[in-house]
Design a protein around this ligand. Structure first.
Ligand code: UD1
Ligand code: MG
Length: 495
């Protein structure tokens, strides 16, 4: 018999209780869609074929699945007539020669499902002589689930859906998780025999149990201890509960792998994030997407990083970052905004109230305070003064600014791109740099300071400003006020 595995994932249902424009299985948990998690678990089986049965909003759902699993077989179920009908649609979408081996049926809305559990279940089935196997769970409250009915010998006789159950059957706490394994030959025979003569008028996939027994075949049951892995989310309350549970599991795994998470209740980490040992995460941190953090880095408090790479020993405080790279031992924050294309070199700094975009900041270079750095490259060891704006946009197109290695630019500068400031160059405070500055030059664009005497008294007469100026002038006029060079104090300023 073929050892091939085929996985059929059911995702045709409407998910109306989500009350959403977005199909249920596309709602995200921990950075992946719900069906993305299921497909990820399915991939662990290294299946020969993955079939996804889509129906409601099939363009949206189908495109998403094809993106995640190139080569997936998409089957369309036009009307939702039950799980038996859905699997029949999936089965018929497979070429005849592929209908062999073991077939696993799963649902698209059980995000906690783990590949190892599916693999253990598939192994259990393949080691048996059973026509089919059921992944079962024992739950405190079985309502809504199909109940596992066992015979006198303990063997599985039937799955009885809630609406069809006698009151005695309804008390059974062993339930059908929905995940089933079949011998392909048996499934091929059984699917067309399923009828819809039941309380819901649906084609129940669970009727296959009864059909197997009729054919003199046995049915296996494999109880999963961790029932939450098979729980689905039907509404947003359950979605949030599953998301919290998944997050808890992700955090547990990282803590066991040597990551310090100071406050797990306020930390969210997506499924595809990677952390090294001895990373420390302070309260209020979200690490999202494909963020990677190297050893000894400290993140937080209160930071959100999506698709960000953080180097070893870096320090990231109260920062929002997306598609950025932070070098080893670099310092970021507090209150920094790293937009896509930011690359901060090792030992560099992006400080308070600094926004960066499409900017590479070299090793040891610093942008410490109150600046916008867009479309720029800053050489190693350069220092950008407080309050600098890289004016990258002329209203039509974006241009680049290049700052040379070890350049020191002063406070409150504007660099009007495209412009280059050479290696080792400098600028004066308040400069607006429109022309390239040669290496080693000091560029100063501000005029000489001029004083208009008694401007306040003349131009702001009658105001508090003018009165303050008059009072100061009066004190200066007094004979004991010292020399005219030192009107306020005998000690020159700066000592
Ligand atoms: C099903 C099982 C039940 C099990 C429970 C576990 C049957 C008859 N019953 O019940 O034994 O305890 O799941 O959650 O199988 N779907 C389609 N097309 C359809 C119908 C359903 O794609 O025509 C998909 C749904 O999108 C969903 C899954 O199949 O992902 C299960 O359907 P649902 O209607 O929720 O089945 P239950 O009544 O919960
Ligand atoms: Mg259900």
């Amino acid at each position: 018999m073929s050892q091939e595995i085929t996985v059929i994932v059911l995702a045709a249902g409407g998910g109306t209780r989500m009350k959403s424009k977005t199909m249920k299985v596309l709602h995200p948990i921990a950075g992946r869609s719900m069906i993305g998690h299921v497909l990820h678990a399915a991939a662990a089986l290294e299946p020969a074929h993955i079939v996804a049965v889509v129906g409601n909003q099939r363009e949206q759902v189908g495109a998403h699945i094809e993106h995640l699993v190139p080569g997936v077989v998409l089957a369309v179920q036009e009307t939702q007539e039950g799980t038996g009908h859905a699997v029949l649609m999936g089965w018929e979408a497979l070429p005849a020669e592929a209908r062999t081996g073991t077939v696993i049926v799963a649902y698209g809305d059980t995000p906690l499902l783990q590949g190892e559990s599916l693999a253990a279940f598939a192994d259990f089935h393949r080691a048996s002589d059973d026509a089919m196997s059921i992944l079962t769970g024992v739950v405190a409250d079985p309502s809504g689930y199909g109940r596992i009915v066992r015979g006198a010998d303990g063997g599985v006789e039937a799955i009885v859906e809630e609406k069809d159950a006698t009151s005695e059957q309804a008390r059974i706490t062993e339930i059908n998780s929905g995940i089933l394994a079949f011998d392909a030959e048996f499934l091929d025979v059984a699917l067309p025999l399923i009828t819809n003569s039941n309380a819901k008028g649906e084609y129940y996939l669970t009727d296959t149990v009864h059909l197997a027994r009729q054919h003199g075949r046995s049915v296996g049951a494999f109880a999963i201890g961790d029932v939450m892995q098979t729980e689905g989310a039907n509404d947003r309350v359950q979605l949030a509960a599953l998301a919290a549970e998944m997050n808890r599991r992700i955090l547990d795994r990282w803590m066991r792998d040597g990551v310090t998470i100071v406050d797990p209740t306020s930390t969210w980490i997506d499924a595809d994030v990677k952390l090294a040992a001895d990373v420390t995460i302070l309260p209020g941190v979200q690490l999202l997407g494909t963020t990677v953090v190297d050893e000894d880095a400290v993140i937080g408090p209160d930071s959100t990083l999506r698709d960000v790479e953080v180097g070893a020993g870096a320090r990231v405080v109260r920062t929002h970052g997306e598609l950025a790279v932070i070098g080893a031992r670099a310092a970021v924050g507090p209150f920094s905004y790293l937009r896509p294309g930011t690359e901060l070199g090792a030992d560099g700094k992006i400080g308070a109230f600094v926004e960066t975009k499409n900017a590479s900041i070299g090793e040891g270079a610093k942008v410490p305070h109150l600046s916008y750095v867009g479309d720029a490259s800053i050489g190693e060891g350069a220092n950008i003064g407080a309050g600098t704006i890289f004016a990258n946009y002329d209203g039509v197109s974006k241009h680049r600014t290049v700052i040379g290695a070890h350049a020191k630019t002063a406070s409150n500068n504007t660099f009007v791109a495209p412009v280059t400031i050479g290696d080792g160059a400098a600028t004066g405070a308040g400069s607006v740099i429109r022309r390239d500055v040669p290496p080693g030059s000091l560029a100063v664009t501000t005029g000489t300071q001029r004083h208009y005497d008694q401007w306040a008294q003349k131009r702001r007469a009658g105001t508090a400003q003018a009165r303050a100026a008059e009072a100061a002038a009066g004190r200066e006029d007094r004979p004991d006020a010292g020399t005219s060079a030192g009107p306020v104090s005998e000690t020159p300023a700066g000592e």
